[in-house]
Ligand binder design. Structure first.
Ligand code: ZN
Ligand code: ZN
Length: 191
């Protein structure tokens, strides 16, 4: 009776132990020697050590490996027995930030692109503003010239009547045009 009870208990305990071992293994898959796929230790023959390339292995495994082939089993870099360095740490864990690095690089690229686009946009806005100011100036000049002409014409009509006034205004315009042309010619000949 006791025999059966103990057998059952032992089986249960064994099951529990396997569960725990499996859990620890899956939790720390990166803490595994890639030669024997067993966890490395902080002391003893399978203590964790590294090669020149930075890859980690159990000491006994990597020694055996290098005796047969002078290359890192992970990255194939040239490696010698002398390159083996004991890692003096009780536990090794590293936060996997490879995704973070990729995201950060993407963010940097996007920020750079955004800055470039903003610069282009700024230049375009300055151009648009310049064109607008130029057109607006021409428009304002034409507007005030027309207003001045109309006031001049109205004043001439009031002083000399419709026909004489109009005749006077257009004669003045003709004179002004000829004078302007004369001045322009002078300027051109001076150069
Ligand atoms: Zn190993
Ligand atoms: Zn390596």
């Amino acid at each position: 009776m006791f025999g059966r009870f103990f057998k059952k208990k032992t089986a249960q305990i064994a099951e529990l132990v396997t569960d725990i071992t499996q859990e620890t293994k899956s939790e720390s898959e990166s803490d595994v020697c890639s030669i024997c796929f067993d966890v490395w230790t902080s002391t003893g023959s399978h203590r964790v050590c590294s090669l020149k390339c930075g890859h980690l292995f159990g000491n006994s495994c990597v020694k055996t490996w290098l005796a047969n082939s002078p290359r890192c089993p992970e990255c194939n870099d040239h490696a010698l027995l002398d390159d083996i360095r004991i890692i003096r740490a009780k536990t090794i864990s590293a936060v996997d930030n490879s995704n973070e690095t990729i995201l950060r690089r993407e963010l940097e690229e996007k920020t750079k692109k955004l800055e470039e686009l903003e610069e282009i946009d700024k230049r375009r806005r300055i151009q648009t503003n310049f064109i607008f100011v130029a057109f607006y100036s021409i428009y304002t000049l034409c507007y005030w010239l027309t207003v001045a002409f109309l006031i001049f014409w109205a004043a001439a009509i009031v002083h000399k009547g419709l026909d004489d006034g109009t005749h006077f205004v257009f004669e003045e315009l003709k004179k002004a045009r000829l004078e302007a042309l004369e001045k322009l010619r002078e300027l051109v000949s001076q150069r």
